[in-house]
Design a protein around this ligand. Structure first.
Ligand code: UTP
Length: 234
C-alpha cells in the first residue's frame, strides 16, 4: 500500500469550533485509508493564534507561547480522532516514534505539533520522511504556492510545478518582507528537498479537494518535486 502524509491546516480543519470541517475530513480520510496508509498532522489555526497572543500579552517567552500552540494542535487532532472512531489509532501520536509504532496497527495515525519554533508543516515533512511516504499533501487556505502572497499582491501567479530548490527560494524571499507569512515553513522546505518526497499544496477549505486530487489527479494547486515525471493520481 502506498503511504500518504496529509497536513491539514487548523484554519481549514477548524475555521471556527462551531462550524468545523472535522466530520467532512474524517469521511474523506476514511475513504483514502481504504487505498492508502494514511498519516495526518493537524494544525492549530485561529484558536492557536489566540492562545499565543494571550500568552505573549502575559509576557512569556516565544517558546512557551509555542507550547500553547502545540496543545491546540493536539486538541484539534483529538477532535479528528473522535470523528474517525475505529478508523484511527486511539491517541494523538506525540512524537514520530509513537507514530511509527502506531503505523503497524492498520489505522489512520494522527499527530499535532511536537516541539517549539516550527509549525505543523515541519512535523508533516519529517513524518513523511520517517514513514517513507510516497506523497506529502498540505491542505491549506490557499490553492497552491504563488510567486507572492496572493492576498496582498494582485500580480501574484500560482506555480503549477516547482522543484524543492525553487520552493526554498520562494520561502526565503518572502521571509524578507516584514511580517509576511509563508505558506510552507523553512524546515518543511528543507526536509522536502532532502527527502525527495513529492509535495502537493492544495486548497483544503473543501475536504473533497483532497480525495479528488489524490485519487483522480484533478486539482488546483502546486506540485513540488525534483522529478518532472511525478504526476497524480498516486
Ligand atoms: P500550526 O502549524 O497550526 O501553525 O501551529 P499555523 O501557522 O497556525 O498554521 P495553520 O493556520 O493551522 O495552517 C500553531 C502554532 O503552534 C506552534 C507554533 O507556535 C505554531 O504557530 N507549534 C506547532 C510549534 O511550536 N511546534 C510544532 O511542532 C507545531
Amino acid at each position: 500500500m502506498k503511504k500518504i502524509t496529509v497536513s491539514i491546516g487548523g484554519s481549514v480543519l477548524v475555521p471556527t469550533l462551531e462550524s468545523n470541517n472535522i466530520a467532512a475530513y474524517a469521511s474523506v480520510l476514511k475513504n483514502l485509508a481504504r487505498r492508502y496508509e494514511v498519516f495526518v498532522v493537524c494544525g492549530g489555526g485561529g484558536e492557536a493564534r489566540r492562545y499565543i497572543t494571550a500568552a505573549r500579552d502575559l509576557g512569556v517567552d516565544e517558546a512557551a507561547a509555542d507550547e500553547l500552540g502545540i496543545i491546540v494542535t493536539r486538541l484539534n487532532a483529538s477532535l479528528l480522532i473522535a470523528a474517525l472512531g475505529a478508523a484511527a489509532c486511539p491517541g494523538v501520536a506525540e512524537g514520530y516514534g509513537r507514530a511509527l509504532e502506531y503505523a503497524g496497527c492498520g489505522r489512520i495515525v494522527v499527530m499535532g505539533g511536537v516541539v517549539p519554533a516550527q509549525t505543523t508543516d515541519a512535523v508533516s515533512a519529517v513524518l513523511a520522511e520517517r514513514t517513507g511516504a510516497d506523497l506529502l499533501v498540505n491542505a491549506t487556505s490557499v490553492d497552491g504556492i504563488y510567486s507572492a502572497d496572493p492576498r496582498k499582491d494582485a500580480q501574484a501567479v500560482r506555480h503549477d510545478r516547482l522543484t524543492p530548490a525553487e520552493l526554498l527560494e520562494i520561502i526565503v524571499g518572502s521571509r524578507l518582507d516584514a511580517g509576511s507569512n509563508t505558506i510552507i515553513d523553512i524546515v518543511a522546505g528543507k526536509v522536502v528537498e532532502r527527502s525527495g518526497i513529492p509535495l502537493l499544496v492544495i486548497d483544503g477549505k473543501d475536504p473533497e479537494h483532497l480525495e479528488k486530487a489524490i485519487t483522480t489527479g484533478e486539482f488546483t494547486g502546486t506540485i513540488v518535486s525534483e522529478s518532472s515525471e511525478f504526476t497524480l493520481p498516486l
